[in-house]
Design a protein around this ligand. Structure first.
Ligand SMILES: [Zn+2]
Length: 90
């Protein structure tokens, strides 16, 4: 799945009931990732990044675990992880 970062998403509040967006992603997938989910990236300083699907009419926001440098990428890139929808009731 090709995605791109939602710019400026760090200003969004963390989800109710979770310490971070990464915790939110883990709770919804049952996964506990060690490496960044971007293809060919072995970064381990993970955050729950806000992304959109690239090349898609779907403009919804999703969470995926990315390392801090991938979280700053401005290109679109492939991730190997479940996209967990951001709740619309923030
Ligand atoms: Zn990365």
């Amino acid at each position: 799945m090709h995605v791109k970062n939602v710019s400026g998403s760090s200003r969004f509040p963390k989800p109710k009931g979770y310490d971070s967006w990464l915790e939110y992603w883990k709770a919804h997938t049952g996964s506990n990732p060690y490496f960044c989910s971007a293809e060919n990236c072995l970064g381990t300083d993970l955050v729950g990044a806000h992304v959109q699907k690239a090349y898609s009419d779907d403009k919804s926001w999703y969470i995926v675990p990315l390392c801090s440098s991938c979280n700053k990428r401005t290109d679109s890139f492939n991730v190997n992880a479940t996209l967990v929808p951001v709740p619309s009731n923030l």
